[in-house]
Design a binder for this molecule. Structure first.
Ligand code: C5P
Length: 300
């Protein structure tokens, strides 16, 4: 059994976990002048995570356990590395590093895997260099890498708005545990396609809005939130991929407190207050040939 500091490439100088995120509701409020969209969403980190090892090397490079992922400048982790290097050039010396990424989070699945890998790269580099950048500076770099990267840098629970860069940390009002059963239907959704497929002038005042507006002191009642969850991308993705609707309904049939889709899809999820029930649904989905994951809330 390898030690945590040991990747398939041997001993590393540092290791980071990159947690997946689940959107507990996602409203698109409208288009912005920069071409992006303003959103409103409660983001929640979960225990499903990629692992990122940092090795000293003679040249900067990235390797990945998933051969389908690019390991060149198209990978968000290398984009984050290059931005960090430029930013700290005058303040810290960064050794040449070999980054190895062990993927567990499905790609193109709405779980923020690539964004979380990039965020873990920024956190790891800042630690290795002796913390030359403070959190606001890291958040600015994260926003350049991608819209979901600022949240992935902080992790936990947050109300996310703007393009993704406005983050208000939230706490659950009760310590009652909740369990997630995720299923990835092997449908790869392009974020750009999903936004482009939304009808313009999307939003009307909804129960989700009302609930979010009523949040006081950063505390959220999970049961109340689960009653009003809606994701504007769900019908678009379900229309193009009926399997997503089938899997969402499957969670309802199995007694989930709430079922939905995360981000721009295609991962469907069910939330349970019974750990055994959530595990049993994952097992059934796996037995039916699906990629399914049991996970819990992750709050650093
Ligand atoms: O920021 P990111 O690179 O993840 O965004 C990918 C694409 O998704 C953007 O090019 C844009 O088309 C769309 N997008 C958007 N509004 C957001 C986030 C993403 O329109 N808030």
């Amino acid at each position: 059994m390898p030690r945590q500091s040991e990747s398939p490439y041997g001993e590393s100088v540092h290791v980071e976990l990159a947690h997946a995120k689940v959107n507990l509701g996602l409203k698109v409020l409208g288009t912005r002048e920069d071409g992006y969209h303003d959103i409103l969403s409660v983001f929640q980190s979960v225990t499903l995570a990629d692992q990122l090892w940092f090795h000293l090397s003679d040249q900067a490079r990235l390797s990945c356990s998933d051969p389908s992922l690019p390991t060149n400048a198209d990978n968000l982790a290398l984009k984050a590395l290059s931005l960090f290097q430029n930013e700290v050039r005058d303040r810290a010396s960064l050794p040449a590093l070999h980054l190895h990424l062990e993927k567990s989070i499905p790609v193109g699945a709405g779980l923020g895997g690539g964004s979380s890998d990039a965020a873990a790269t920024l956190r790891g580099l800042n630690t290795i260099c002796g913390q030359p950048l403070d959190t606001p500076s890291l958040l600015s770099l994260a926003a350049v890498v991608g819209s979901d990267v600022p949240f992935c840098l902080l992790e936990g629970t947050a109300l996310v708005s703007g393009r993704g860069e406005r983050i208000e940390p939230l706490r659950w009002a009760s310590a009652r545990p909740f369990y997630f059963s995720l299923v990835f239907p092997e449908v790869f959704v392009s974020t750009k396609w999903a936004y482009d497929s939304l009808a313009p002038c999307l939003t009307t005042f909804s129960p989700y809005h009302r609930f979010i507006s009523s949040l006081r002191g950063g505390r959220v009642d999970m049961t109340g939130l689960l009653e009003v969850i809606e994701n504007d991308f769900q019908s678009v993705v379900e229309r193009a991929n009926p399997i997503v609707a089938e899997l969402v309904s499957e969670f309802d049939r199995k007694g989930a407190l709430c079922s939905s889709m995360t981000g721009t899809g295609s991962t469907a999820y069910g939330i349970f207050d019974d750990r055994i029930a959530a595990l049993a649904v994952c097992d059934e989905l796996k037995a039916a040939g699906h990629r399914s994951f049991f996970c819990e809330l992750y709050c650093p």
